[in-house]
Design a binder for this molecule. Structure first.
Ligand SMILES: NC(=O)c1ccc[n+]([C@@H]2O[C@H](COP(=O)([O-])OP(=O)(O)OC[C@H]3O[C@@H](n4cnc5c(N)ncnc54)[C@H](O)[C@@H]3O)[C@@H](O)[C@H]2O)c1
Length: 360
């Protein structure tokens, strides 16, 4: 169908982990014409020569350029964010800006141009579970539901919640544009997607503290202890990027079913404590790098020591995916062991196994 628009989809933040996988899928066949906006193209270099893809290297704050691209699109997928936990309490103003205040003009531009918006929020909006407030009895009180669960964050002094709070507010802004100005939107709340091209390894292709998988992988390569923040007792549901992208494509393909709805996208069957994740990754490392004979150690560290003052964390995040099953016909199928192995194998392929000591 000719929409008269130059682009079927513009992906803002296309150069990141999720964006690069979304481009892989959307450009792998079919006829979609895509535009991508990001500060970086390192992870999408393999698409830059594609005739169906136009890359614009710019900041989301460059309103003239970004708004022109939005107006020329049928749908905008908005992924640009600062979304690394180590930034929430160290670059709080930037985190609030990129995830909320700097994003509001983009949302308004979508509303004014009649462009559909698919916005990537986060499962962090839920904060802590209600169970964590009443003594840790999780029975029946941990499943997170898009339209029912409360958002439970810490005080302002717990800077870590700046990201979750910014994402909460932008969700409310998007919903208000939907109600008052007719914006057609879908909000995605990802639950810990993992796979190739996620994150960075400090000193190799980034600086600072990456997310937990990259932290553990870096330690396994370097032969240093895997650091368990606050004992590694918190739990997460890790979701393979392949399953996640399936859900995204279904959302893009079903504008009517997804109109002004919010979806948890995560794999509730893949829940694990961070301490058990460390052991799982250690076992997987030995399988993938059998020549490495160094012993693997785990060490506990306080959150404030590891991430700095103002750090707090969600205890548990298990998505209810009933809505995604119902409206998208989506069911994640990649189990935790496979998802971890795929992500680690891709990272080892990309970075090499590091300075391993040969056996014998
Ligand atoms: N990966 C996950 O498991 C996960 C979990 C929860 C939420 N999310 C959300 O999904 C979205 C994408 O996540 P991701 O893992 O791909 O993150 P990512 O950090 O890999 O990608 C974000 C991209 O945004 C770009 N960007 C940041 N600031 C920008 C700016 N000012 N102008 C232009 N581009 C800018 C970055 O260069 C980067 O390429 C984010 O909104 C994030 O909050 C992801």
């Amino acid at each position: 169908m000719d929409t008269g628009k130059a682009f079927d989809i513009t992906v803002i933040g296309c150069g990141g982990f999720i964006g690069s996988h979304l481009l892989d899928r959307l450009l792998s066949g079919g006829e979609l014409r895509l535009c991508g906006i990001d500060l970086s193209s390192d992870k999408i270099a393999h698409h830059l020569d594609n005739d169906r893809f136009t890359f614009i290297r710019c900041d989301i704050h460059d309103r003239e350029v970004v708004h022109r691209a939005i107006a020329r699109s049928t749908t905008v997928v908005l992924l640009a964010a600062l979304c690394n936990p180590s930034q929430y309490n160290t670059r709080t103003l930037d985190v609030i800006d990129v995830n909320c205040s700097g994003t509001i003009p983009l949302v308004r531009a979508c509303a004014e141009s009649g462009v559909r918006l698919v916005y990537f929020s986060t499962c962090e909006v839920y904060g802590r579970t209600t169970a964590s407030l009443v003594g840790g009895d999780y029975s029946g009180r941990y499943l997170l539901r898009e339209d029912e669960s409360p958002f439970i964050l810490g005080p302002v002094s717990a800077l870590r919640w700046s990201y979750a709070c910014a994402k909460q507010l932008i969700e409310r802004v998007i919903d208000a544009f939907g109600r008052e100005q007719g914006l057609e939107y879908t909000v995605v709340r990802p639950f810990n997607f993992i796979g190739s091209r996620m994150d960075f390894l400090p000193g190799i292709d980034g600086e600072g503290v990456p997310r937990v998988l990259a932290c553990f992988l870096g330690a396994l390569r370097d032969g240093t202890p895997l650091m368990l923040v606050d004992g590694g007792r918190n739990r997460r549901c890790f979701t393979a990027i392949g399953d996640a992208i399936d859900a995204c494509v279904r959302i893009l393909d079903r504008p009517d079913a997804c109109r002004n709805r919010i979806f948890n996208i995560g794999n509730p069957a893949n829940e694990i404590t961070i301490a058990d994740l460390a052991w799982l990754m250690a076992d997987t490392w030995h399988r993938l790098v059998p020549q490495d004979s160094r012993p693997i150690a785990l060490r506990e560290v306080a959150g404030a020591e590891f991430y700095g003052q103002g750090y707090e964390d969600s205890d548990r995040r298990v998505p209810d995916i009933g809505k995604a099953q119902r409206y998208l016909g989506w069911q994640p199928s990649i189990g935790l062991d496979d998802a971890i192995e795929q992500a680690m194998a891709a990272a080892i392929d990309h970075y090499g196994p590091g300075p391993v000591q040969a056996k014998g």
